[in-house]
Design a protein around this ligand. Structure first.
Ligand code: GLC
Length: 494
């Protein structure tokens, strides 16, 4: 990352130097006088208007989407099935108590939900604070493209180097496993993977008991570690914040993928009805539900030509429509597809043919998209440097760059506002006076402007709909890791 940024600055510095030389030669073009627009910038205006029409949602439309989502929540909650067809699965986590903050002990957590995974040793001293030691590793392609024993064997090996003291009857640890995929749970420490999301395709895991697969590999290495809970990252994020905030009843992730969890009355969760204590649920019983709302696809979510293209080329066509508009795995790709469409229509990069790299799937990452969008230089020289350096695109005009930046902004703003509709849907569902929404994930934390746009849109929806909720949307530090420890501590801790 540091090298990347240094590279960009070097590129920009070179461009600035060239620019100064042009100044010195007196050859730099003067800007058009009197605010007159060039033909191309007029074209940009029309294109930008088109983009807005195609991708923008008004507050009213967002409210409608939120209401549609909430109706799907209710349907999913009432249903006892979590079949492959279920729109929004609404999976009970089997966590029926929020942490008090007084939990104590030392626990392991394993956080897997993207191509990186983390191992954490977490100490809870009993006052709501946490002490963390962690390490991160990348899942290599051989593992991602392999089978379940490649995947869980690799993770167990990393665990072995992280806590060597647990081997051969050594120190005993309880572990919370944050596995951020749709897992249909049958107990707090049991669940089968419903389907892969976020571009995963490791064989032999779908429909299998995930905890057993990992525990088997741990046992094979003679480690004294017992997996006590499997949780989703949204659930972990909620639990982590709940250690210190009793209004936290919603957890949200906006990273590679996108999803929410919230605290629900247990009696409203069809898939949890077999857990009814003898005489039926008490009014106060609750359970955290992992919505898996990335799969929402209500008709109010307009799918444009590029959304359809993206879906068709994805590993899970016809699924995860909300996620495909909002999350980091897809935003850069949507921009790339739009660039190709506009270039084919002769509206972008007119000087010469479009560089081949634009036609390669995944060639523009969401990270790079963020850098393009963040360029505030009047000549957009960072954009120019990135185009040359990463996208083999030379000789772009200022109009090209301005338009490209608008495309990025259009896609990220739509993502933030559509994400906000998801938050609004959870607020409609939980119906409380004060709600803290704990958020984790790289897009929310790092993408320029994203969290402002999302927060603004949520506030607007609350105001315009008259919902009586005061919401606080907070950044949850290390949510998915700490939450797993909190879940285990709430089960076994002092
Ligand atoms: C995907 C997964 C979901 C996870 C989310 C965020 O939507 O299916 O389980 O919570 O990504 O990581």
């Amino acid at each position: 990352m540091a090298t990347f940024i240094a590279g960009i600055f070097l590129g920009v510095a070179t461009i600035l130097a060239l620019d100064q030389r042009r100044h010195a030669d007196g050859k730099k073009k003067r800007p058009p006088a009197g605010g007159m627009r060039s033909k191309h910038s007029m074209m940009n205006m029309t294109n930008i208007t088109w983009l807005h029409k195609e991708f923008h949602y008004s507050n009213k439309e967002l409210i409608k989407i939120g209401e549609e989502m909430q109706r799907d929540f209710a349907k999913g909650l009432a249903s006892v099935e979590t079949g492959h067809k279920a729109e929004i699965p609404m999976i009970p986590s089997y966590i029926t108590r929020l942490p008090t903050g007084r939990e104590k002990g030392e626990y392991l957590a394993l956080d897997m939900g993207g191509t990186n995974f983390r191992l954490l040793k977490i100490s809870l001293p009993g006052d709501g604070t946490t002490l963390i030691r962690s390490t991160k590793a990348k899942l290599p392609d051989s593992v991602l493209n392999g089978d379940s024993s490649d995947l869980f064997g690799f993770i167990a090996e990393k665990l072995l180097s992280f806590v060597p003291e647990s081997v051969d009857g050594g120190k005993q640890y309880d572990l919370g496993f944050t596995f951020s995929f749709p897992v249909v749970q049958t107990a707090i420490d049991q669940g089968k993977l419903l389907r892969w999301t976020k571009g995963f395709k490791t064989k032999g895991v779908v429909d299998e008991e995930v905890v057993s697969l990992l525990q088997k590999e741990i046992d094979a290495r003679n480690m004294n570690i017992s997996i006590k809970a499997i949780i989703n990252d949204t659930v972990g994020t909620l639990m982590a914040r709940a250690l210190t905030d009793k209004n936290c009843v919603v957890g949200l992730i906006i990273g590679t993928g996108c999803n929410t969890a919230f605290v629900e009355e247990a009696s409203r969760v069809g898939k949890f009805s077999h857990m009814t204590p003898e005489g039926g649920f008490k009014k106060s019983d609750m359970v955290i539900v992992n919505t898996e709302m990335g799969n929402f696809s209500g008709p109010k979510l307009r799918r444009t030509r590029v959304d359809k293209l993206l879906d068709a080329q994805s590993l899970n066509p016809g699924m995860q429509f909300w996620e495909k508009m909002v999350s980091g795995l897809y935003l850069g790709e949507l921009v790339r597809l739009l660039v190709v469409v506009f270039a084919e229509e002769g509206k972008l990069f007119l000087r010469g043919d479009l560089a081949e790299i634009w036609k390669e799937k995944g060639s523009l990452s969401t990270y790079t998209m963020g850098l393009l969008e963040a360029d505030e230089d009047p000549e957009l020289r960072v954009v120019e440097a990135i185009l040359q350096r990463d996208m083999n695109t030379f000789g772009s005009s200022l109009n090209d760059r301005t338009f490209l930046k608008s495309i990025c902004k259009t896609i990220s703003k739509r993502a933030a506002r559509v994400a906000a509709a998801g938050v609004f849907a959870t607020l409609l569902q939980v119906q409380r006076k004060r709600v803290t929404v704990a958020v984790d994930g790289s897009i929310f934390k790092l993408y320029p402007m994203f969290h402002h746009w999302m927060r603004d849109a949520v506030e607007m929806m609350i105001q315009e709909s008259g919902l009586q909720t005061q919401v606080e949307i907070v950044d949850a530090e290390d949510g998915s890791g700490v939450g797993a420890a909190a879940a285990v501590a709430a089960l076994v801790g002092a």
